[in-house]
Design a protein around this ligand. Sequence first.
Ligand code: IPD
Ligand code: CA
Ligand code: CA
Length: 276
Amino acid sequence: MMASEQNGTREHLQALLDIAVEAALAAGALIRERKTEDLGITFKEEGKHNLVTVMDLASEALIKKMIGERLEGARFLAEEGGGNHDLEPLTWVIDPIDGTVNYAHGIPLYCVSIAAVRNNEPVAGVVYGPETNELFTATKGGGAFLNGVPLKASTNADLEKAILVTGFPYNVEENPFGCIDSFADFLRMGIPVRRLGSAALDLAYVAAGRFDGFWEVALHEWDVAAGALMVLEAGGRMGTYAVGKEDGPMVIDRMLASNGALHDAIREVLQRRAGG
Ligand code: IPD
Ligand code: CA
Ligand code: CA
């Protein structure tokens, strides 16, 4: 039974976060401990590098089991098992390993991402990087934290001094929405752009002030839900650079996360290629 059944109270959100943290720590430990075992890599239909390991499945099963034990009848939307796309009722949105390509290649940039989403809005979220033991947490209205220390997005308002990060979809060779051109545009401006390979970490790093902005053309709910809450709670901004589409915390089409101060300037560059 939860500390409080009253939706949205501080105690309720903290109780949701505690459940997510417990599951993320356990899943993170599991995938880190077993990373050198036979990962049984198979490939998904979309994209020749879109792989899945047995540890993605094991992590997701463990997270669902732990949340299910704490909350009877919990609803899920998880990368490997799918689930409920209607995110009005409280739903747990799970990426059991974000950065699977890194994980499968022994690159330590991967994480577990879990968010509680209600009314299409994340209300509690955790991003846990087991290799660095960095635990990013946030609750709606309660702030964002890294290992318990409050997070603040950067204050840089000068695009020329920015450091950015991006990611590419598994069909990058088709250059959707000019994503390769946007990458080149920023590089031609002399702006460093990183590509870490984990959207959830990219967002958490914006929240931590390590990056001034992060964009990607096509993501999924499980990539953004937890990290988006962190960005917002750290004083940053979440939105889309698709012209005519509304901003929001669960944007997955042409997503832009920023420190706020640089949002319009970054969006302007992206819209040269991908606005419509
Ligand atoms: C991927 C990572 C990557 C991003 C891709 C995502 P996965 O998630 O977040 O950084 O560029 O768009 O699909 O497949 O590792 O869970
Ligand atoms: Ca992902
Ligand atoms: Ca994943």
